[in-house]
Design a binder for this molecule. Structure first.
Ligand code: NAD
Ligand code: TYD
Length: 348
């Protein structure tokens, strides 16, 4: 019997990971710790909430006494740490929140794991989920590998880089058994509609402009979120302790190209004439410090652990668009209230 703490399990990637683990490992106890910020939504987990091997704890990873007590009360065998502030644009407006959640929060979890496991780390794992954005920005050529030097350029990526360094420092200094993975951009159901793909789908649905930053030639490597969850499962169970694995979709798209594809899929799904949605595209002021291109080389993960993406991009984008159209209630809930105020300020 394994007792696993997942942090940030009510968010986009965390909820897919929890669904996978709860269903695949009925003999594990999966504990979801989440603060339920604007991005955390228990509606993402409706289908697993009553499973006997799942439980939810509301709390903040920066709260030292609370986290200490949680580790004392539960003899966790593993931690998969996803809780973070995750949106680059918000990090530009409010960097301190990112330093607190992503760096201080991670440090607090590392300390709690260290003190709970001190001297009996055999079989324990602290697995930290990170991003390819820590490597900085690529030109037209080349890929990020695990040994690419860190060069974060936004407050978000700098805060994730800081947390990655701390995790590795705890491995080298205290022999805390750690794993790190750095993944490319995820897409799929349940992503908060401040991120490009769900924002575009939602705006097409409501006939609002589709804001493209700068010249639209910025490039991201998109990965189906459930493929990421499966990679995390693989690395957690079979990764070599102390190692880092890059995870990527091998699916690069320039933003404008990606938005064109989404417009065409949505024309089809909404029964609009071909080309209708592309007319909504609007070029807007660029994001400050906008990274030009991200692309992951995931050869290490493929060669060592046999993981590869399973969903082709066109199929994945269509499934995503269909999910948002079919889950209007979910979308309405997250697009009212505080999110609406944020949206109006960001795109004023
Ligand atoms: P998300 O914003 O959808 O979810 C983050 C979750 O963390 C939310 O449920 C939120 O309530 C929770 N949280 C935030 N601060 C907290 C705190 N102080 N205490 C407890 N819980 C807190 O993010 P996501 O897109 O699911 O990303 C999850 C992780 O994966 C992050 O660490 C992110 O850096 C990393 N990542 C994301 C992507 C991507 O494309 N989304 C790619 C690579 C890596
Ligand atoms: P995003 O989904 O915010 O992910 P990240 O910044 O972590 O890669 O953005 C993906 C790309 O889309 C990025 O190059 C910024 C761009 N973008 C826009 O052009 N318009 C938008 O409204 C948003 C949110 C993003």
């Amino acid at each position: 019997m394994k007792r696993i703490l997942i942090t940030g399990g009510a968010g986009f990637i965390g909820s897919h990971l929890i669904r996978l683990l709860v269903n695949k490992y009925p003999d594990y106890q999966i504990v979801n710790l989440d603060k339920l910020t604007y991005a955390g939504n228990l509606e993402n987990l409706k289908d697993v909430q009553s499973k006997p091997n799942y439980s939810f704890v509301k709390g903040d990873i920066t709260d030292v006494p609370f986290i200490g007590e949680l580790f004392e009360k539960n003899d966790f065998d593993g931690v998969i740490h996803l809780a973070a502030e995750s949106h680059v644009d918000r990090s530009i407006t409010n960097p301190l929140e990112f330093i607190e959640a992503n760096i201080v929060g991670t440090l607090n979890l590392l300390n709690a794991a260290r003190s709970a496991w001190g001297g009996r780390e055999e079989g324990k794992i602290f697995y930290h989920i990170s991003t390819d954005e820590v490597y900085g920005s690529l030109g037209e050529e080349g890929f990020f590998v695990e040994t690419t030097p860190y060069d974060p350029r936004s407050p978000y990526s700098a805060s994730k880089a800081g947390s990655d360094h701390l995790v590795r420092a705890y491995w080298h200094t205290y022999h805390l058994p750690v794993l790190v993975s750095n993944c490319s951009n995820n897409y799929g159901p349940n992503q908060f509609p401040e991120k490009l793909i769900p924002l575009v789908i939602n705006n097409i649905k409501t006939n609002k402009p589709l804001p493209i930053y700068g010249d639209g030639k910025y490039t991201r490597d998109w990965l189906w979120v459930i493929d990421h969850a499966m990679a995390i499962d693989t690395i957690f169970h079979r990764g070599r302790i102390g190692e880092t694995y890059n995870i990527g979709g091998n699916n690069e798209r320039k933003n404008l190209e990606l938005v064109h594809t989404l417009c065409d899929i949505m024309d089809d799904l909404l029964g609009r004439a071909p080309g209708t949605n592309r007319q909504l595209i609007t070029f807007v002021k660029d994001r400050p410090g906008h990274d030009r291109r991200y692309a992951i080389d995931a050869t290490k993960l493929k060669n060592e652990l046999g993981w590869q993406p399973t969903v082709q991009p066109e199929a994945g984008l269509r499934m995503t668009a269909e999910w948002y159209l079919a889950n209007e209630e979910w979308l309405n809930h997250v697009t009212t209230g505080t999110y609406q105020q944020y949206y109006e300020k960001q795109y004023a």
